[in-house]
Design a protein around this ligand. Structure first.
Ligand SMILES: [Zn+2]
Length: 227
């Protein structure tokens, strides 16, 4: 990336983003970040908010569903201000909005088998950070991940499936235990976000972005954040 132009790019993206919101929406957008319902992520305490949402999910006390149509109208008219990005697996057992009891407009999500970083994911999160005000990215792996298991097994996969094993392989080199490999892959992909994106690494250094890692247990529904 051309460093000298990066601040111009960010300014241009911000201008476009603000320009999309009709007059009168600024207060609505601001309110999106501090609505009374605690299920809306409101501050840089992203981890605590996500943990609280996961507890509601586990307790069967999720409350986001009750006001989704209102949020559809609001975000459709005024745009989105998602506070948290999630990079997670395509596995059908890992839907982040349900797991964290979050709703329409709350999470900026990239899902791909093995939750690995590619140029599309980098660009997506750069946009989320620079234009939408996203302050947290969670790389969330999960237990019993087929992509990680296949990579550890080392068996060649047909077609384009080798794309995810190739992206995960450097993370799990020398690790035979799949659960340890799932954690190693999360840590490796967090590193990839920092090393391959100047926009994200600068935002993190400036305190405008935090990058977290987590593992979701498909047997219990519980999210465990990595230290
Ligand atoms: Zn998976």
């Amino acid at each position: 990336m051309n460093t000298s132009n990066s601040s111009c790019w960010v300014a241009a993206i911000l201008a476009i983003s603000v320009g999309l919101a009709p007059l009168g929406c600024e207060s609505v957008l601001a309110n999106q970040a501090r609505e009374a319902d605690a299920s809306v992520i409101a501050s840089k305490a992203g981890r605590a908010t996500l943990e609280a949402g996961n507890r509601r999910f586990l307790d069967g006390g999720g409350k986001v569903h009750s006001w989704q149509l209102e949020r559809v109208v609001q975000t459709g008219e005024c745009g989105q201000r998602p506070q948290v990005g999630v990079l997670t697996c395509a596995d059908s057992r890992t839907p982040p909005e349900l797991i964290f009891d979050e709703g329409v407009g709350d999470l900026f999500v990239v899902r791909i088998a093995g939750n690995f970083v590619d140029p599309g994911a980098l660009g997506t999160f750069e946009y989320g950070s620079a234009a939408l005000g996203m302050h947290t990215i969670v790389v969330m792996g999960h237990t019993k991940c087929g992509a990680v298991t296949a990579t550890c097994a080392g068996t060649p996969l047909p077609g384009n499936m080798s794309a995810f094993t190739a992206a995960i392989k450097p993370a799990v080199e020398g690790i035979s235990d799949v659960r340890a490999a799932e954690v190693a892959n999360v840590r490796y992909q967090m590193k990839q976000l920092r090393e391959r994106s100047e926009i994200l690494s600068k935002a993190e250094a400036a305190g405008d972005l935090q990058i977290l890692g987590a593992i979701y247990d498909v047997d219990t529904g519980r999210v465990r954040f990595l230290d």
